[in-house]
Design a protein around this ligand. Structure first.
Ligand SMILES: Cc1cc2nc3c(=O)[nH]c(=O)nc-3n(C[C@H](O)[C@H](O)[C@H](O)COP(=O)(O)O)c2cc1C
Length: 263
């Protein structure tokens, strides 16, 4: 509801315009204007639980795509749908890097792997042994058990011509935010984009492995510069999109790690 005394002043959420029964409130400024108002689709026009749940159940991460470009109209729809995402505090601080075409995605992955080749000292035995007392057991285990094998796998396969970073997808979108944004914002936007794409007959795969490795140091900064990435971000996620070259026959039931109810 609209408050007479908002804690943070106007946060450009647009609620006051959207809820006023007389259309008497307009906000101009803070990225908002009257022209941003639209009629809310009726309940009948929107997805039922069953159709939404079926879409959720049909989704699987796909890493093999047909060599078909994604239509501009579909890219626009994905971005438009994703821009409806909620955010910690409006206006949105989420930035999109849209990498169109298989070749550009291959180039992005090759540049990323060349950067990793030069960063291998970060996962050398001497560096990890040196850092362990400073960054603790969990970081040590993360680097030894996940980051080191991942860097080795990406670079070794890329040397053989296989792209395990962006899988030569015809479209990738990197969602990241400013350092002032809630870290969840780009992740929520990426998730919305993923489901929007699924509803358009595309398949997707989220790629979390690039973002953490393009944050720190001079090499990462050069990489961000080349790809016009506006700056560091606390969280970020790439989503790959494409027409699937594989077909799943079955779903696999998932459940959460735990559910605790407090009544
Ligand atoms: C936050 C996040 C990061 C991910 N990062 C990668 C990645 O870097 N590379 C990759 O091949 N898959 C990645 N995935 C896809 C997961 O491996 C995949 O979701 C998981 O295996 C479950 O399969 P499903 O998506 O078909 O249910 C990521 C998924 C999420 C949610």
């Amino acid at each position: 509801m609209v408050s007479d005394n908002p804690a943070f002043g106007c946060i450009a959420c647009g609620h006051c315009m959207a809820i006023c029964p007389e259309n008497a409130v307009t906000v101009n400024g803070r990225t908002l204007s009257e022209s941003d108002l639209f009629e809310i689709p009726s309940a009948e026009e929107s997805a039922s639980f069953e159709s939404l749940y079926n879409l959720l159940k049909r989704r699987r991460s796909v890493r093999e795509f047909k060599n078909i470009e994604i239509e501009e109209d579909k890219i626009n729809k994905i971005i438009e749908a994703s821009s409806t995402s909620p955010m910690g505090i409006p206006p949105s601080d989420v930035n999109l890097l849209i990498i169109k075409g298989k070749n550009k995605n291959r180039e992005f992955a090759e540049d990323f792997c060349s950067m990793l080749e030069k960063m291998k000292w970060l996962v050398s035995w001497w560096f990890l042994a040196f850092m362990r007392p400073f960054w603790g057991k969990s970081n040590d285990e993360l680097f030894r058990g996940f980051i080191k094998p991942m860097i080795n796998l990406f670079t070794a396969r890329m040397r053989e011509g296989e792209n395990l970073v962006t899988y030569d997808a015809p479209l990738a979108i990197y969602f990241y935010a400013s350092q002032y944004a809630d870290p969840a914002d780009p992740i929520i936007a990426a998730t919305t984009a993923m489901y929007a794409a699924e509803s358009l007959g595309l398949s997707t795969c989220m790629i979390g492995s690039v973002h953490p490795l393009i944050q720190q140091g001079a090499l990462a900064s050069k990489f961000r510069e080349k790809y016009k990435i506006k700056g560091k971000s606390r969280e970020g996620l790439i989503v790959l999109f494409g027409y699937p070259a594989v077909k799943y026959k079955k779903g696999v039931k998932r459940s959460f790690c735990s559910e605790t109810t407090i009544n």
